[in-house]
Design a protein around this ligand. Sequence first.
Ligand code: URA
Length: 465
Amino acid sequence: MNERMSERFVDLIQRKRDGGRLAPHEIRDMIGRYTGGQIPDYQMSAMLMAICFQGMDDEELTALTMAMRDSGDMVDLSPLPGVKVDKHSTGGVGDKTTLIVAPIVAACGVPVAKMSGRGLGFTGGTIDKLESIPGFRTDLTREEFFCAVEKNGLCVTGQSGELAPADKMLYALRDVTATVSSIPLIAASIMSKKLAAGSDKILLEVTTGSGALIQDPEGSRELARRMCAIGRGAGKETVAMITSMDEPLGYAIGNNLEVIEAIEVLRGGGPEDVKEVCLALAGMMIALGQDGAAPTGNSYEYDAKGYNPSEYNSFEKDLFLKGKERAREALESGAAFEKFKAMAAAQGGDVSYIEDTEKFEKATVSGELTAEKSGYLSRFDTAGIGVTASLLGAGRETKDSAIDFSAGIRLKKKQGERVEQGEAIAVLYTSGQLKLAQALEHMRGCVEISGQKPAPIQLIQDIIR
Ligand code: URA
């Protein structure tokens, strides 16, 4: 390694450590040299820790994100007609929203050309869920991806090419240096991949609560603001919706269990919380997908729930509410369900499973988690429930582990409901008695029962631009 370069980089680390700022050209140079092997991991680790303590202003953060975006392939969606709106969730437990929102939005004429990821840790990935439909291909070539969007207005596939490889390198380093939780570093990591994925506009779902990446609401708002600022800096309209992850979304957690629940919603039934979040997300994507529909800055209020918008909530309310109405029509008319089937057929999926969900593979072993005492379900450790699902086989410990598509959890009760001693709170599904016993023990610690009925969960907590 070049001695002079290493000395110069030490000066940058020191400046950041002492609260100074890095110029955009210095940040771009840093990422170029790090991905080129000219800055060693120990120096980059020190820089990440300095950023962790000192933060970054919006200009630094945009420069970091753009440099990471430019480190690999960029998808060009411009040959596809219409305004392409991407959706990203910071993750949660039981989060099957993409499976529902994408076909709703496509059924309303807004094209969805989406590259999704696999699950790692306690949050599931859309690609794994889709692959639980026998035959469903998520490894489409760029040409197949474009053809599917042109034909159906909808395609959800895995990443092709290498988007933002600098993020992969930096994330691996953050993972072992206790720097994952830095809000600017999370914002740059997510947005570098979103900006490389080529959409015209971006809708972010930033989850908050016990099953979210950032659990406190103020931290989640801060992450949302920083990501929206990056989007703005990159010239892409970006909106963030803060949603609660204080309990799993819906009742199903695990790959084919979640697909079955998503199909129930697409058929007009399913859990109310899933429907509420999906209609809000779809409504916002439809609003963003209106050509030239720039928000006017009118004050926005979320429905008639008495919710006071924060100073960041200024989005064109009418467009959003109209979008939600169109989303509801697409769901109720069955148009969204037809789109989902068309997407599955185009990607090789066996549509007979979607028409008859009884055909999905079932777990060989199951057991109930029962209430130890009577009372109200007052709190879920939602991340812990996600870990339980992984223990059952629904998630992967490393990126190469195999997934058991039929493993997971079906909740029988949601937070706030009353349970009597001995009554079932959840059914756990897996492939062996030992796994079941370990998972039951783990999940018992994730559920609190008390004499006090908790306040209802507010699902949509804020909208930030
Ligand atoms: N997800 C990402 O893509 N990056 C992070 O840093 C955290 C969550």
